[in-house]
Design a protein around this ligand. Structure first.
Ligand code: HEC
Length: 129
């Protein structure tokens, strides 16, 4: 029994690290999809394709919403805030695209780009454990 307890104690930190690595791998995979969606969104804006712009920004909303649970964990308040702001910007692009406000949608797109970078600058991955 005592031996088992010792083994559990020894395995715990390794297990924790493995879980963090898994969550990070999952997050990075989603981020890659997010990057593709953002590139396609830029193309749709340039092509003045309102329907495609709206669809892609909704896809970005959906992807970012999948991270929300993670950032709701303790210690990520600042990250959660940027996650929400980025979601709101993507929603705004969708609304603007649907009502044909292409110039406004383009401005929101530039703000979205900054919002992605603002989160990366915080390096939330260093806090994941
Ligand atoms: C709320 C935080 C947050 C927001 C917002 C965010 N990201 Fe990320 N992103 C991360 C974290 C954390 C990582 C992992 C960084 C690492 O481990 O090096 C990451 C990594 C990435 C990567 C690299 C993935 C890889 O394979 O290593 C790309 C590309 C990326 N993000 C694109 C985007 C784009 C595009 C947006 C905006 C539409 C965005 N991100 C918004 C937190 C965020």
């Amino acid at each position: 029994m005592r031996r088992l307890w010792m083994l559990t104690l020894m395995a715990a930190p390794t297990l924790g690290a493995a879980v963090a690595a898994d969550r990070l791998a999952e997050l990075r995979a989603r981020m890659d999809t997010l990057q593709d969606a953002r590139d396609d969104l830029r193309d749709a804006l340039d092509a003045k394709d309102g329907a495609k712009t709206a669809a892609l920004s909704s896809e970005i909303v959906r992807l970012l919403q999948q991270d929300t649970a993670l950032w709701k964990e303790p210690g990520f308040d600042d990250v959660l805030k940027i996650n929400q702001e980025t979601i709101e910007l993507a929603e705004k692009i969708s609304t603007q695209a649907k009502s044909g406000e292409r110039q406004h949608a383009l401005e929101s797109y530039l703000a979205l780009q900054k919002s992605c970078a603002a989160c990366h600058d915080l390096h939330p991955e260093k806090r994941l454990h």
